[in-house]
Design a protein around this ligand. Structure first.
Ligand code: GUN
Ligand code: ZN
Length: 439
């Protein structure tokens, strides 16, 4: 064996990741109580398994970071949030439409200033990393500079991020009004899509703020760049749904508007999906589009309760989104907490293992990034987090009594937040580390 310095590094901890959806498979997850994650110099997974089996395979001198007592899982993937709304999180309003008018549009107007966009992007990404989110699908503002700001900050941290310029050309203030001309979006796609780990997201805000001309042009753009993400909102709020029925009376449903303009396809992410009917859910499944379930936002704005069981019955892809700034937390753990309660209110039950699947492999599948992120398959990008089941006195006390993995994960989801994220790694590199509580 050579004495040359190792190009590998390894991490010892309990390991959790998924091969399949636990709602549809009995052998969906992999768990190694004393595990080892091996990462190469390019930031890719080499192996994930039992420490005892893998330790002897490491070349002499391979550094092993010891996170024993912690759980390593893939970094969380947040499939729906708005970086310019960071500064207005927790702004009260009686429902979606007044919230947009009163807080959202004025706040997004400030992103005409590129320096403001850059500073906010830095804070936003650091906040994601503190919360264990290594990939997100991010709405910027109508300003092209806001997209550059987000992707520049993301490239500086070597993160896999999707983001795009918001498109809206009606029912919004003049200072945010765009046109049906897609050249700015096309320039951004050419500048960023596939550059390093950046992915472009074509981002019509929602049907009410786009003219038919803009929706048609957006659909053409999506056809011209079929491996981009598409992201928008649908069926979030009853007043919004009534408005869409008035604006598009010829369409069968709100979701049909997007189908009509060619905006439903694999890699299309639809935020909320609360007021869909069974035909809509089938359409989601048939087109390979994905649902971003945003429970903290839906409870905050009083939008409604997403029906996971109906989505599952249709076989639609589902993932979790924080929807900051209507969402009330950057934490995917807190998003799980609220998703669990919403499921209970809808008469169904969401196990913790399923929630961890939705936040990792489920989201990767929703973005057609399976094999790239979201689990520890060999060759995948090594984005992972170190969860601390003893992060707070209460978590320590509760998890000491946990009899099963499900109970430990459930406690982390219900009681955890950014404090439970001990460390975050992107492409094998430490990008966030939290001080440990004194024993
Ligand atoms: N619908 C249209 N725009 C938005 C937004 O910014 N946030 C939410 N939650 N819903 C929207
Ligand atoms: Zn949103």
């Amino acid at each position: 064996m050579s004495n040359a310095p190792s190009t590998l590094q390894a991490f010892r901890a309990s390991l959790l990741h998924f091969h399949a959806d636990p709602a549809f498979s009995d052998a969906a997850h992999a768990w190694h109580a004393d595990g080892l994650l091996v990462v190469d110099a390019a930031g890719r997974i080499v192996a994930a398994g039992d420490y005892a089996a893998l330790e002897g395979t490491l070349p002499f001198g391979t550094p092993v970071t010891d996170w024993s007592g912690k759980i390593i899982c893939p970094g969380f993937i947040d499939t729906h949030l708005h970086f310019p709304q960071t500064d207005m999180i927790a702004s009260p309003a009686p429902g979606l439409l007044p919230w947009l008018e009163t807080y959202t549009f004025p706040t997004e107007g400030r992103f005409a200033d590129p320096a403001h966009a850059r500073a906010t992007a830095d804070f936003f990404l650091d906040e994601l990393l503190r919360n264990g989110t290594t990939t997100a699908s991010v709405y910027c503002t109508v300003h092209a500079d806001s997209v550059d700001a987000l992707f520049e900050a993301s490239a500086a941290r070597n993160l896999r991020m999707a983001a795009g310029k918001v498109l809206m050309d009606r029912h919004c203030p003049d200072f945010l009004r765009d046109t049906a001309d897609m050249r700015a979006s096309e320039d951004l796609i050419r500048r960023w899509h596939g550059k390093g780990r950046a992915m472009y997201a074509i981002t019509p805000r929602f049907a009410p703020t786009s003219t038919e001309a803009q929706l048609a042009a957006t659909g053409e753009l999506a056809r011209a760049f079929p491996d981009t993400i598409i992201q928008t909102h649908v069926a979030e709020n009853r007043d919004e749904c009534a408005w869409v029925r008035e604006l598009f009376p010829q369409q069968r449903s709100y979701l049909s508007v997007y189908e009509h303009y060619g905006l439903m396809r694999p890699r299309a992410l639809f935020g909320h999906c609360i007021w869909l009917d069974d035909e809509d859910f089938r359409l989601m499944a048939d087109t390979g589009s994905a649902i971003a379930h945003c429970p903290t936002s839906n409870l905050f704005l009083g939008s409604g309760l997403f029906d996971m069981a109906r989505a599952d019955a249709a076989g639609a892809l589902v993932s979790l989104g924080t929807d900051v700034g209507a969402g009330t937390s950057f934490s995917i753990l807190q998003t799980m907490n609220e998703a669990y309660k919403v499921a209970r209110l809808k008469g169904s039950y969401l196990p913790a293992l399923r929630m961890f699947y939705l936040a990792t492999l489920g989201a990767a599948r929703s973005m057609q990034l399976e094999g790239t992120i979201g689990n520890f398959a060999a060759g995948a990008e090594a984005d992972f987090i170190v969860l601390d089941p003893k992060a707070t006195p209460l978590l320590a006390r509760r998890t000491a009594n946990a009899g099963t993995l499900e109970e430990t994960l459930f406690a982390l989801a219900l009681l955890g937040d950014d404090r439970a994220i001990r460390a975050t790694y992107a492409a094998g590199r430490l990008v966030h580390e939290r001080e440990e509580l004194p024993a």
